[in-house]
Design a protein around this ligand. Structure first.
Ligand code: TUI
Length: 314
C-alpha cells in the first residue's frame, strides 16, 4: 500500500489517476479505473453538456467509487459543461489548457475538489493562493497539449514552490514511473497513454495498436506556432502539419488542418489522417491490459522497487 495525501484526499486505494482524454476518456474507462482502485476521469473536452451528464450518470451506475471529470478550457461547450459539473456535484475535476481561477469558488460550494494541470511553477503558485486542492505537474513528455518543461525537472520545482499535494504526469506508464515520481516529491501519478491502451478504453483498436508499435522517437510536437503545441505519434497528418508550419502557414489554416482530427483517430481509427495524441511513454507500452491488471502491476512494481532500492547502494 502506498498512502499519500492524494489517496486520503480523494478516497482512493492507489495514488493513480487516469488522464482526462478527449473522446477516449468515456464513462466505461473511468469506471474501470475507479473500480480498480485508481481515480477514473471522464474526458469532457469534446462532449456537449447533455452527453457529459449521461456519462456522469453512467459512471455512477457502474461504480460507487469516486471519479473525476476533466474540464478543458478550449472546449466549444465550456459554459454548458461547467454548469453540468456544478449541478451533478462531481467529486473532483481536473482542468487542462487553462486557468480555473474564476471557477474555484463555485466548485468549492458544490463540494467538488479541483486539481488543475499545470506545466509551469508560476501557474502552480497562483493556483495555490486561490485555494485549489492539489496540482498535476505535467511535463512535455505527455500526449496532447503540452508545456515546455520535462517531468523530471518540473515536478520537484512545483513541489518546492507549493505545499499542496502534487501528482506527476508525462512520460510515466509503469511502477518505475510511480517510484520515480514519489522520489521527486510527488504523491501520485496521472497516466493517459497507459490507460488509452487498456481493454476498457473505447478508442479504436487501430489507434491502440499504433501506440503499442511506437518506440522512443515515434512522437513529435506539432502546432507550437499556433500557441497550442500538441504531442502526437508521427503520421501523414503530423508531417503535413509540420511542413505547413515551416512554410509559415497562418494559424487559421493550421487550425483547419487539425479540426476534427482527434475524433478521426479515436473513433474511426484513421491512422494517417487522424491526430494520434500519445505521450513519450508510448515506447514503454507493449500490450493491452485491463485497468485492474495495469494498476495491480504498477503497484507491485513500485513497491518492489522502493523496497529494494537500498540494496543498489553499495
Ligand atoms: O490539456 C492537456 N492536454 C490536452 S488538451 C487537448 S484538446 C486540444 N486539442 C487541440 C489543441 C489543443 C488542445 C489535448 N490534450 N493537458 C493539460 C495541460 N494544461 N497542459 C498544459 C496546460 C496548461 C496550459 C496553459 C494549463 C494552464 C495554462 O494556463 C494558461 C494561463 O491562463 O495561464
Amino acid at each position: 500500500m502506498i498512502e499519500t495525501r492524494i489517496t486520503r484526499a480523494l478516497g482512493i486505494r492507489h495514488p493513480i489517476l487516469q488522464g482526462g482524454m478527449a473522446w477516449a476518456g468515456t464513462a466505461r474507462l473511468a469506471a474501470a479505473v475507479s473500480e480498480a482502485g485508481g481515480l477514473g476521469i471522464i474526458g469532457a473536452a469534446a462532449m456537449p453538456p447533455d452527453i457529459l451528464r449521461a456519462e456522469i450518470q453512467k459512471v455512477r451506475s457502474l461504480t460507487s467509487k469516486p471519479f473525476g471529470v476533466n474540464l478543458m478550457y478550449l472546449s466549444p461547450f465550456f459554459a454548458g459543461v461547467l454548469e453540468v459539473l456544478l449541478e451533478e456535484r462531481v467529486p473532483m475535476v481536473t482542468t487542462g489548457a487553462g486557468n480555473p481561477g474564476k471557477e474555484i469558488e463555485r466548485f468549492k460550494k458544490a463540494g467538488t475538489k479541483v486539481f488543475p494541470v499545470v506545466s509551469s511553477v508560476a501557474l502552480a503558485k497562483r493556483l495555490e493562493r486561490i485555494g485549489v486542492d492539489g496540482l498535476i505537474a505535467e511535463g512535455m513528455e505527455s500526449g496532447g497539449h503540452v508545456g515546455e518543461i520535462g517531468t523530471i525537472a518540473l515536478v520537484p520545482e512545483v513541489v518546492e514552490a507549493v505545499s499542496l499535494p502534487v501528482l506527476a504526469a508525462g512520460g510515466l506508464a509503469d511502477g518505475r514511473g510511480l517510484a520515480a515520481a514519489l522520489a521527486l516529491g510527488a504523491e501520485g501519478v496521472q497516466l493517459g497513454t497507459r490507460f488509452l491502451c487498456s481493454r476498457e478504453c473505447e478508442a479504436h483498436e487501430k489507434y491502440k495498436e499504433a501506440v503499442l508499435k511506437a518506440r522512443d522517437r515515434s512522437t513529435v510536437v506539432t502546432g507550437a506556432s499556433t500557441g497550442h503545441p500538441v504531442r502526437v505519434l508521427e503520421n501523414r497528418l503530423a508531417k503535413t502539419f509540420m511542413e505547413r508550419e515551416r512554410a509559415g502557414a497562418s494559424k487559421e489554416e493550421l487550425e483547419k488542418l487539425g479540426e476534427g482530427s482527434l475524433r478521426k483517430a479515436v473513433c474511426d481509427g484513421d491512422l494517417e489522417g487522424g491526430s494520434l495524441m500519445a505521450g513519450q511513454s508510448s515506447g514503454l507500452i507493449r500490450e493491452i491490459k485491463s485497468c485492474q491488471e495495469i494498476i495491480d502491476s504498477i503497484m507491485a512494481e513500485a513497491e518492489n522497487i522502493l523496497r529494494k532500492l537500498p540494496e543498489k547502494i553499495v
